[in-house]
Design a protein around this ligand. Structure first.
Ligand code: AMP
Ligand code: FES
Ligand code: ZN
Ligand code: ZN
Length: 282
């Protein structure tokens, strides 16, 4: 098969169009650029690196687009995982000429691996520390590696669990709110699927570790993701359309939720004490 844009051999087909290596990378960076431009993002961005392929692709793409970046990694002390992931993140940063900042959860007296529901605690801790790091170092944005596959899977999982009141996180950009010490969050890979992110890291020889959490091997979201990808293979473009719909639905049901300042730490919280401070107390 020939690339749609030149006569070279195609390596990937996206929505019925064939791409060679060079044009695939152009396409990938173009999709990232479209998110950045839509929300007028400029200035320094703190990039959350997990060691996995998605955040590695996100960081590499933003670097290729000449953004001012500060990569950071949260060491969650998950045995058999965190050390390997940190090494991969460090390797990538040194390849691109950056120094990786490390945040250590043990400094907050938190240990995740021995919790009953480690992934749920882990999610809260990561979100909190990402925001805290960026806020305290004066960055306006945090970029994460969430991609299209994650966005659609996450929303469908919420629907599957009748979790409509908590139907958040479907948008590629969340504005910051200074009064709550909330930094803006951006998902530059919002239009790119798992497979495309994987191809991007392979073509660019980017070091990465296995993304899947050891505690989430049998999570129901894995089945939902497989299901969504199989529908996409029969009907290319349906995932992007679903994501657009979920984004619109979220905007429609966005209630002016009462955000408070946490009594203990002063960052944003839905209750009087935020979830992170509750975890620390436990
Ligand atoms: P996850 O919550 O594991 O689905 O990861 C979603 C995104 O959060 C990743 O693409 C990263 O940008 C970020 N992230 C996950 N784990 C870490 C970590 N240990 N340190 C810094 N950022 C992370
Ligand atoms: Fe971190 Fe499962 S423990 S995602
Ligand atoms: Zn081409
Ligand atoms: Zn708090």
């Amino acid at each position: 098969m020939e690339c749609k844009y030149c006569s070279r051999e195609a390596i990937e087909e996206i929505n019925g169009k064939a791409y060679c290596k060079e044009h695939f990378i152009k396409y990938f960076l173009g999709r990232v650029r479209s998110i950045i431009d839509k929300f007028g993002i400029s200035g320094e961005i703190a990039v959350a690196l997990s060691g996995g392929k998605d955040s590695a692709a996100c960081f590499h793409a933003l670097h290729s687009l000449n953004f001012d970046l500060q990569p950071f990694y949260i060491n969650l002390h998950i045995p058999g995982d965190s050390e390997i992931c940190q090494k991969k993140a460090e390797e990538l940063c040194s390849n691109l000429g950056y120094k990786l900042k490390i945040i250590d959860v043990e400094e907050y007296g938190i240990s995740i691996a021995n919790k009953k529901k480690p992934c749920s605690i882990c999610g809260t801790v990561k979100r909190y520390l990402m925001n805290k790091f960026a806020y305290e170092h004066g960055y306006k944005y945090v970029a994460t590696g969430h991609n299209l596959s994650d966005a659609v899977t996450f929303a469908l999982n919420n629907l599957a669990n009748v979790n409509m009141l908590n139907f958040r996180g479907n948008k590629p950009y969340l504005e910051g709110r200074e009064e709550y010490k909330m930094v803006a969050k951006v998902k530059p890979l919002y239009w790119l699927k798992d497979k495309e992110c994987m191809l991007y890291v392979i073509l660019n020889e980017i070091p990465f570790a296995d993304e899947e959490c050891l505690f989430a091997k049998n999570a129901p979201t894995i089945k939902i993701k497989e299901w969504v990808h199989s529908i996409e293979s029969e009907q290319p473009g349906i995932m992007a359309n679903m994501a657009k719909s979920f984004w619109k639905i979220e905007e429609m049901i966005e209630r002016d939720e009462k955000i408070n300042k946490c009594k203990k730490c002063g960052f944003a919280s839905y209750g009087s004490v935020c979830k992170f401070c509750k975890i620390r107390k436990r």
